[in-house]
Design a protein around this ligand. Structure first.
Ligand code: ATP
Ligand code: MG
Length: 360
């Protein structure tokens, strides 16, 4: 059973005609553009996938054509299908959602499909080049109370707004690993935006993850919930806490990193398949050997550092509601800093005199 507290089931199927670059080492799609490829809606539509196979695939977490399109043959083997059949199924699924090799100029056009989600602070949005972008992972890291979970709550509200107000007119999935999700906080934020709080709460699907394996399981099985609820924001708050407490000692490090790597790649695939914003939060560890600069660094090592596309370091100002956000890593934006504040209303602009806006 998925331990999902379903607040709502608004059913709007997303546009899955999403072009993507293929990075998997498994079968590449046919590039014959003359024959139109058949479109499959559900697993059972795929030639060669009978009720028994589709049942097994679903039990393994492959509920949708999108998830099959981004699977590898090895992942499908436990369903009891041959490698050849697995490759065929993946090829057909990929053909169905228009995965293809594309040129860089087309890639640029494809980036026009990327949507942006506002944080609620213009300063923070500008730092991120106009808000959090879909199809990639954004990581917020920082010490306790730095505002990571507050930002996640705010994004759950903002994603429901129409595009002209910085939203995606969609719902959110919140994977809560620390039991810090609070509907009451959503209500406060919704009231401030003159939204109907019960309606806002209905569009946030929350899942409590009790262990790292449970967290992995929930994400592996999230595709159906994402599709059925028109979810375009996926949050894991926090990505690393279970892994950190369960894998203690050097000898467990390799396994921990391997699991984290796979988990994050699943998240990237969901982000691409559903044109969704994905957000992970991360704690920090003290660096005892640092005398100058920040004596902390995020958990998760190289795996998390390389897999998060955009990383933002959050700090508390010496006192009060002000928070300092620093863009630490982005594929195309310069590093920079900005400030915002956390109030009863949610994430807000810091006013003149409340803090100094700094950018490099
Ligand atoms: P952790 O690592 O412990 O999960 P975090 O970075 O997720 O920390 P948050 O929960 O996002 O921290 O931030 C908590 C802070 O947000 C509180 O200390 C407080 O300053 C602020 N905050 C939370 N709720 C409110 C509210 N209703 N009104 C004003 N400020 C609030
Ligand atoms: Mg938190």
């Amino acid at each position: 059973m998925l331990n999902l507290k379903l607040f709502a089931v608004p059913c709007a199927y997303l546009d899955s005609h999403l072009k993507m670059t293929v990075t998997e080492d498994e079968p590449q799609p046919q590039t014959d553009s003359t024959t139109p490829k058949p479109k499959y809606e559900v697993l059972e539509d795929l030639p060669g996938v009978g009720p028994a196979t589709s049942q097994k695939l679903k039990e393994m977490g492959f509920h949708t054509i999108e998830s099959l399109a981004t699977a590898t043959a090895r992942e499908l083997e436990p369903a009891g299908i041959s490698e050849k059949k697995a490759l065929d199924v993946i090829r057909l699924a990929r053909g169905s959602i228009d995965l293809a090799f594309i040129r860089a100029d087309e890639l640029l056009k494809q980036r026009e499909n990327i949507d942006r989600l506002s944080t609620g602070s213009e300063v923070l949005d500008n730092l991120l080049g106009g808000g959090l972008e879909t199809q990639t992972i954004t990581e917020f890291y920082g010490e306790y109370g730095s505002g990571k979970s507050q930002l996640c709550h705010q994004l759950c509200v903002n994603v429901q707004l129409p595009a002209q107000q910085g939203g995606l007119s969609a719902a959110a999935l919140y994977l809560d690993t620390e039991n810090t999700f609070r509907t009451e906080r959503l209500v406060q934020m919704a009231q401030h935006l003159d939204l109907d709080p019960p309606e806002v709460a209905k569009n946030v699907v929350v899942a409590d993850a009790y262990t790292s394996d449970h967290q992995i399981f929930l994400l592996e099985n999230a595709d159906k919930v994402i599709k059925q609820n028109n979810i375009r924001l996926i949050i894991i708050d926090s990505l690393t806490s279970h892994f950190r407490s369960e894998y203690v000692g050097r000898e467990t490090l390799a396994l921990r990193q391997q699991k984290l790597n796979k988990h994050m790649h699943k998240l990237i695939r969901l982000a691409r398949a559903f044109n969704a914003v994905t957000v992970v939060t991360n704690q920090v560890m003290a660096k005892p050997d640092v005398f100058f600069g920040d004596a902390v660094h995020p958990i998760g090592g190289h795996i998390v550092a390389h897999t998060s596309h955009t990383r933002i370091y959050l700090r508390k100002a010496s006192r009060g509601p002000i928070r300092i956000a620093r863009l630490v890593s982005s594929p195309y934006l310069p590093d920079g800093e900005g400030i915002f504040k956390i109030t009863q209303n949610g994430i807000e602009e810091a006013e003149e005199g409340e803090g100094r806006r700094r950018r490099r």
